[in-house]
Design a protein around this ligand. Structure first.
Ligand code: TRP
Ligand code: ZN
Length: 465
């Protein structure tokens, strides 16, 4: 479901062909989609529509066994194409039911189908795999991937960790629907995205199936295996999603601290729906893993993952990402501020409307920081490198960009922009140029020249806060 234009896809595809190695006439899909920070993430030449993952995890060993059935459409003729997969052992690979040749190099699993795939063809790749999945250390030093816990594991995938537990096209530009089946020891749960469609126990094993219909970017796909206290309920009072199902899973030790905060999910969603427009997904909830699992929360689709009971501000942030990040997804990792700037600004607005500082006060306090502070290290729309895509220029200075837009257009138009942006790119991908164009059209006659030049793209601390 990528929205990359043909030209955008082709340029990196051609550039990567040489690097791909086994050239046999130029009909090989590219090893990446040309992301400026993660060049090997995703793959060129096809567009995934659906992943069917059948997984079994035994926390004691701790071994994962999987079969991935990947339905994709070729965007060009393909004699071979790549999947991303980090670690694990591949058993068999087939395309449309016929055994395919394959080989691995780094994170690329190159598949050569028995017959070339025609441009436009919808094809189904099946990969059987197994092993002990690994944890990745990001360029910024944080951990992601398949994270083991005392009684299970939590899979977190921003920006690339999803490739540690299933083969696919692991880039935010290739969103797809998912069906995920997980077999776990009886007494354990497996929580994922979308809705739980069945749960059955036979002998000493429980099989759970999860279905996510709306497009999901790989970095917000999750599976959490372990012993959780599960609360299922219905969120009332949403204008656009009456009776939205909620599935909340909390590690028992965090239940007392998490309960009062997670009880605010309906109130936060109602407030965000009022500001951002219709909630984009068919269910909500949360996963609260043990404290210290990782140093961050993640906006996994439908139900964010928190390392320990969150505070209300973090809940507001991760739920705001359901609109900004999960539904409107960055086209590349360079556009991260479109996630984090909006989610951070949601925190500011929540404070402003719930008895805390106004957004202007928050802005002013940040603006007072010295010119050599980390906040001004690089422009929000141009992180210096992959190690810095989660730094404060992306979060706080990104939110400051939005505040400058608000000041330029006034509150009424700004609200229309928040909502209109989420609606215009709902379930799609967007980049910074789409954003500036959208804002300019929404406020004809307003001059955004200095906002873009100084706040969004400018090096250093802008003059005149
Ligand atoms: N997106 C997460 C949040 O702010 C934070 C995060 C986790 C992150 N892993 C990351 C940001 C990797 C950038 C890159 O809610
Ligand atoms: Zn965030």
């Amino acid at each position: 479901m990528t929205r990359l234009t043909a030209a955008a896809l082709l340029a990196p595809a051609l550039a990567a062909l040489g690097a791909c190695g086994a050239g046999d006439g130029g009909a090989e899909g590219a090893a990446g989609v040309g992301d400026p920070y993660f060049p090997e993430a995703g793959n060129g030449g096809y567009d995934v529509g659906h992943y069917g993952l059948t997984l079994a995890y035994d926390p004691g060993r701790p071994r994962l066994t999987g079969t991935a059935v990947i339905t994709a459409r070729a965007t060009r003729e393909l004699t071979a194409f790549d999947l991303d997969l980090v670690g694990l052992t591949v058993g068999e690979v087939s395309v449309d039911g016929r055994a395919a040749r394959w080989r691995r190099a780094g994170q690329e699993l190159t598949v050569r189908p028995a017959r070339p795939l025609a441009r436009g063809a919808v094809f189904r790749t099946t990969v059987a795999y197994a092993g002990v999945p690994r944890t990745l250390t990001d360029p910024d030093g944080s951990e992601e991937g398949w994270l083991r816990t005392p009684d299970g594991a939590v899979a977190l995938g921003e920006p690339t960790g999803s490739a540690t537990w299933f083969p696919g096209s692991h880039h935010p530009s290739d969103k797809a629907a998912y069906d995920i089946e997980v077999t776990v020891p009886k007494g354990h749960q497996a929580v994922s995205n979308g809705e739980l469609t069945s749960e059955r126990t036979a002998g000493d094993r429980t099989v759970l199936t999860w279905r996510a219909r709306e497009p999901v970017a790989p970095y917000v796909v999750t599976v959490a295996v372990g012993r959780f206290t599960v609360t299922r309920s219905t969120v009332t009072g949403l204008r656009d999603r009456p009776g939205l199902p909620s599935y909340v899973a909390v590690v028992p030790s965090e239940v007392p601290a998490a309960r009062p905060v997670l009880a605010r999910i309906p109130a936060v969603l109602r407030w965000e729906e009022g500001l951002f427009g219709p909630y984009p997904f068919s269910s909500t909830g949360a996963v609260v893993a043990r404290r210290g699992l990782v140093g961050y929360a993640l906006e996994t689709q439908n139900r964010p993952v928190f390392p320990g009971a969150p505070d209300t501000t973090t809940l507001v942030h991760e739920l705001a990402h359901q609109w900004y990040g999960d539904s409107v997804t960055p086209r590349t990792w360079r556009d991260m501020w479109l996630n984090e700037g909006f989610a951070t600004y949601a925190e500011w607005l929540w404070a402003e409307e719930h008895g805390g500082d106004s957004a202007q006060e928050t802005f002013d306090a940040l603006y007072r920081t010295d010119a050599d502070a980390g906040l001004w290290a690089f422009p929000p729309a141009r992180p210096s490198d992959a190690a810095h895509i989660s730094d404060s220029p992306v979060y706080e200075r990104g939110a400051m960009v939005l505040h400058r837009v608000r000041r330029a257009v006034g509150d009424t138009r700004f609200r229309a922009i928040l909502r209109g942006w989420a609606t215009a790119h709902r379930h799609g991908n967007a980049d910074t140029a789409d954003f500036t164009r959208y804002v300019e059209r929404a406020a004809p006659g307003t001059d955004f020249g200095a906002v873009w030049a100084d706040w969004l793209y400018g090096e250093g601390k802008p003059k005149g806060g």
